[in-house]
Design a protein around this ligand. Structure first.
Ligand code: HEC
Ligand code: HEC
Length: 425
């Protein structure tokens, strides 16, 4: 019996390894049936940071899923009065506790996938920043390869566009992306999802209570969107210093890092305002990551990490051809949008590795190194991504600043998520 999500980080994954990963993740979720056996309460913290995962001496801090017990948080209050550092939330559906709790339950329900194995929460894991630490790109239904990194869902209500290429702009509609993708939750049609949920009979009353309506395309979207809308997280050490005026809230190193962040163009894309900071600009940019993937990494051997410190270079014959990823171009068809990706928020970035649309970097230090060397120079790369004269000291300061962006309620949100039943229906 697997008692925790097994650490498996794919660098270059084979189809077979992906199947194994899927099986492990499923086994990990199935093991939650053990919850009743555990009597001692364990506060839910963040998952593993994966520091030293490249070494065979790696030791995990992962908590057993069986030991996780939920603790409810007042999520709607977060929406009404966002934590320090976030702007007011405008123009969203009116939420009630009934909608939020229904959405949370659906978010964890594996029956939303075609074969009943995969829930939203298995790629957006609450203890892993509602993203996934283990895999640079997640594993979908029946071990199928998904080409992009699972983004963190904190503060998603503020995002003007969704997905790394911005192809969707509504959380209510967004759910049909993963639900219908043949390599994610694998459903053949909207009707099949709705009918399956109706047939269980488990949700009829909840939908009636939340919407005074049956399960349909709109109410299912509204319920799941409702839960994601309230996942607000800020009031980080940075916020308590910058917006709250508490100069002791952050270290001197983080303060120096913030100055470097302001003076090295970072803030021009990862923006902040007087009334709050999302550290994003709602726009798309070519930082060189897409070019690196398509042109440089393509020539490298397919390297797979199968356990801490254990790597194999696999024969390209057994690896399915790498799917191309042209970024924003895939949503607009415009040549100038090639390899442009949505600017991610930097809030909680320390707890949402790996980074970039493809999970190319495992640590914040690696991201900073990438920026310091000027991305991967090529025609089309944003002018602001250029070699920077940053000392080792400066780089450490920048990382300290990014680490000061972790919200005060991330553990509370993870604990709240775990009040939802998982799996064993
Ligand atoms: C197999 C893993 C997987 C599953 C299952 C999954 N997601 Fe995702 N999710 C992803 C990936 C990967 C992306 C980015 C895809 C892209 O940019 O093309 C994503 C993107 C998103 C986004 C956009 C966030 C942003 O900032 O742009 C939201 C919202 C989201 N998922 C919610 C959900 C919900 C709700 C479900 C369940 C109905 C779900 N996901 C199921 C992997 C998954
Ligand atoms: C031209 C706009 C732009 C500038 C300037 C910029 N970034 Fe970014 N940043 C982006 C985009 C776009 C991504 C996502 C790239 C991708 O997904 O491939 C990103 C990703 C990141 C990430 C990873 C976040 C995640 O969750 O994956 C970090 C950390 C980051 N940037 C920090 C910085 C720092 C520090 C600087 C200054 C040295 C900086 N950025 C400058 C646009 C920018």
């Amino acid at each position: 019996m697997f008692r925790r999500v097994i650490a498996l980080r794919s660098i270059r994954a084979t189809a077979r390894a992906l199947n194994v990963a899927a099986a492990l993740l499923c086994a990990a979720q199935a093991s939650t049936g053990l919850a009743q056996e555990v009597s001692t309460y364990q506060r839910i913290g963040q998952g593993d940071s994966r520091v030293d995962y490249d070494s065979t001496g790696y030791r995990t801090d992962s908590k057993s899923l069986a030991s996780l017990q939920g603790e409810s948080a007042n999520l709607i209050a977060l929406l009404e009065s966002p934590p320090l550092g976030l702007p007011k939330v405008r123009g969203v559906q009116h939420l009630t506790p009934a909608i939020v709790s229904l959405g949370r339950r659906l978010f964890f329900d594996r029956r939303l996938s075609f074969n009943g194995t995969l829930s939203c929460a298995m790629c957006h894991i609450p203890e892993q920043g509602f993203s996934q630490h283990e895999l640079s790109t997640p594993v979908g239904i029946e071990g199928r390869f998904v080409k992009r990194n699972a983004p963190a869902l904190y503060n998603v209500v503020y995002r003007r566009t969704l997905f790394h290429d911005g192809r969707e702009d509504s959380l209510v509609r967004q759910i049909w992306g993963p639900l219908l993708a043949s390599n994610e939750m694998g459903n053949p049609s909207m009707g099949s999802v709705l009918n399956r949920l109706k047939k269980t009979g488990d949700y009829t009353e909840d939908f009636a209570r939340a919407f005074d309506a049956d399960i349909n395309v709109l109410t299912l979207g509204q319920a799941i969107a409702g839960y994601q809308q309230v996942l607000l997280s800020a009031d980080s050490p940075f916020d308590r210093w910058y917006y709250g005026g508490d100069s002791a809230a952050v270290t001197e190193s983080a303060k120096r890092g913030f100055t470097l962040f302001m003076n090295n163009d970072c803030v021009s894309c990862h923006q902040l305002d007087d009334d709050g900071a999302l550290f994003a600009d709602g726009d798309f940019h070519d930082t060189g990551v897409g070019y690196f993937d398509a042109v440089i990494r393509k020539r490298e051997p397919h390297r797979l990490q199968i356990a801490p410190g254990v790597f194999i270079d696999v024969d390209t014959d057994v690896v399915p051809p790498r799917q191309s990823d042209l970024g924003r171009y895939e949503a607009t068809g415009l040549a100038e949008d090639r390899w442009k990706y949505s600017t991610p928020s930097l809030r909680n970035v320390a707890i949402t590795p790996p980074y970039m649309h493809n999970g190319a970097f495992g640590s914040l230090g690696a991201v900073i190194e990438f920026y310091a060397r000027g991305g991967e120079p090529h025609e089309g790369q944003d002018m602001r991504i250029r070699p920077r004269d940053l000392s080792e000291h400066d780089k450490a300061d920048l990382v300290a600043f990014l680490e000061a962006l972790t919200g005060s309620n991330v553990d509370a949100l993870a604990a709240d998520a775990r009040i939802a039943p998982i799996g064993d229906f």
